[in-house]
Design a protein. Structure first.
Lengths: 206, 117
């Protein structure tokens, strides 16, 4: 563990322990309420104490911000695919690859919605695509076509030689709703009914 | 903080910001590539009047070895190894031409793929 990480862990453990112990002591009535009030009132009245309290608070906020940034940076750095060029390293974030998969798959007219998740390991890339399809599709044929398209696109785009596994998960099938024609037909039926209704009874004829 | 070289008449210091500016200009020439947009941290720094270069980090190591890392978004449909090589070559050429500094590395980090115009 790096020094900064150790310091951050130590800091947060201390703060959480302090808060926890204080809460337990208050709950068990082991701390006089007047004592706490005196400390708070003292802090409120005394300008020096207020300044110290405020500085500590600002320091904690700043430390928190820096630590959160460091964590998010490290997290982002770990989610990359990298290859080396003579001029330096090229790294492609997995989010970018997920964008690419989403764009390739959503181009297909049979796909209503797609969510992609990529994990990179030593064995290669593992792509998971969750699909919402429009109905009346041959799912085995469509999914195998999508797998092929995604695999080829990834290979062509990043020139990766490693194995790519594309898993497709069909989570929902949405029936296509020809809303407009249905309404038209309904209106037509209504009109027919109306006209039928509007024909006045003219009596029986021989 | 800066890359410096000695001449008979004195020392020339080139600030990292200069290299970052050159990098930004060089990237503008490449179609289908743009730097990542500003984040919260850079907005906060700019609030206090400190100019930041989101998506570019310049490192000067011992022995005046300079490395540049760029975080970019790439247009959908481009071949990533090709475009990355183009980015590296363009930045290297621009820096060499403008400040005559030999770059050790130009690291390209593709952060996202976006739909083109």
């Amino acid at each position: 563990m790096k020094l900064m990480t150790r310091l951050a862990v130590l800091f947060y453990v201390t703060v959480i322990m302090f808060v926890g112990v204080t809460a337990v002591l208050i709950a068990l009535n082991w701390v006089d309420l007047n004592y706490i009030l005196n400390v708070l009132v003292g802090m409120y009245i005394n300008e020096e104490l207020r300044l110290i309290g405020g500085s500590i608070g600002a320091g904690i906020l700043l430390f928190n911000f820096l630590f959160a940034n460091a964590i998010s940076d490290r997290y982002a750095r770990e989610k990359n695919i990298a290859f080396d060029n003579p001029s330096g390293r090229v790294s492609v974030s997995l989010t970018a690859m997920e964008d690419l998969v989403r764009k390739v798959v959503s181009k297909e007219p049979e796909v209503k919605e797609v969510r992609a998740r990529i994990t990179a390991s030593k064995k290669g890339l593992d792509i998971m695509a969750r699909l919402i399809l429009k109905s009346d599709q041959n799912i085995p044929e469509l999914t195998s076509r999508l797998q092929e398209i995604v695999k080829k696109k990834i290979q062509n785009t990043i020139g990766l030689e490693e194995s790519i596994v594309v898993r497709v998960d069909v989570v929902k099938i949405i029936p296509e709703e020809p809303l407009a024609p249905m309404r038209k037909e309904k209106k037509k039926e209504d009109r027919i009914e109306d006209t039928e209704r509007s024909v006045p009874f003219q009596g029986y004829r021989a | 903080m800066s890359e410096d070289s000695k001449l008979d008449l004195g020392t020339i210091q080139i600030h990292k910001k200069v290299l970052a500016d050159i990098t930004i200009s060089a990237l503008k020439d490449i179609k289908g590539v743009r730097l990542v947009t500003e984040d919260f941290k850079s907005n906060v720094f700019e609030l206090f009047g400190y100019k930041t270069f989101p998506g570019i980090s310049v490192t000067v190591e011992r022995g005046n070895d300079v490395s540049i890392e760029v975080k970019v978004m790439v247009r959908y449909g481009l071949n990533i190894p090709e475009i990355a090589r183009q980015i590296q070559d363009t930045i290297k050429t621009a820096v060499k031409k403008t400040v005559d500094v030999n770059l050790k590395d130009v690291n390209v980090n593709i952060q996202g793929i976006e739909r083109g115009e």
